[in-house]
Design a protein around this ligand. Structure first.
Ligand SMILES: CC(C)(COP(=O)(O)OP(=O)(O)OC[C@H]1O[C@@H](n2cnc3c(N)ncnc32)[C@H](O)[C@@H]1OP(=O)(O)O)[C@@H](O)C(=O)NCCC(=O)NCCS
Length: 202
């Protein structure tokens, strides 16, 4: 799950060349680390060039979706569990998604199942936090994670939201950096009050 370490979106959000279409084996999941984020100016350029176009995704059998209509939450939960997130109550997931400002998921047409997902909550004006960035292990490494993140950022930035935070595991920092996120901007550190961490200390 997204957890500990501060990051900011600052300046140009880059859109590197598309990854080649390849299927990879998932890497082992390390321990989580706290991360948070923020974005500075309302002049941050809005990325308009996607590393993979909607059409290219479609031609490879993937459909981008922006609502929870047709999203099977049990299937989504299966993806969460497959990447090591805790299995969550589908009813709570539904409520969380209903309270989400912006979300994107990718359906694999062949199975009609979700294979990539990301969402953001926030105040709708200044701030947003990105959560639950996941790609099914069987579909990692082919550009789907970047595809959903680019479009989620584009949606938030187009609404003038300039502070966009997320929690990143240390091993995933390299995934977020090319998207424009930086850690500890101006020395700012993320702090988390979490009952999960308190329980762990007992
Ligand atoms: C992290 C995750 C979302 C990336 O999705 P993905 O679809 O595999 O990534 P992409 O194929 O879109 O990769 C985009 C780029 O990021 C790079 N990248 C992907 N994962 C990376 C990582 N862990 N570290 C550094 N770079 C990474 C790719 O090499 C690629 O680079 P390129 O554009 O130069 O070719 C996915 O691996 C995942 O779901 N992991 C498990 C869950 C998780 O850790 N989520 C994040 C919680 S903080």
């Amino acid at each position: 799950m997204l957890q500990n370490t501060p990051m900011l979106i600052r300046g140009i959000i880059s859109t590197p060349l598309p990854s080649s279409l390849r299927l990879t084996t998932p890497t082992p999941r390390p321990k989580n680390v706290v991360v948070s984020a923020q974005t500075p100016t309302s002049t941050t350029p809005i990325p308009t060039n996607h590393s993979i176009s909607d059409q290219a995704l479609e031609s490879r059998g993937f459909v981008l979706r922006r609502t929870i209509d047709d999203l099977n939450l049990d299937d989504l939960n299966t993806v969460f569990v497959a990447v090591g997130f805790p299995k969550r109550d589908p009813q709570k997931i539904r409520l969380a998604l209903e309270n989400t400002d912006s979300l994107l998921w990718v359906e694999y047409k062949k199975t009609q199942r979700p294979v990539a997902f990301a969402r953001a909550t926030g105040d709708g004006v200044f701030n947003a936090i990105i959560w639950d960035v996941v790609v099914d292990p069987s579909f990692q490494g082919i550009g789907l994670g970047k595809a959903v993140m680019e479009r989620l950022l584009e949606d938030l930035l187009s609404r003038g939201i300039c502070n966009i935070a997320l929690y990143s595991e240390p091993r995933v920092l390299g995934f977020y950096r090319p998207l424009g996120f930086v850690s500890d901007p101006d020395g700012i550190r993320g702090m988390v009050y979490s009952t999960k961490h308190k329980k762990k200390k007992k």
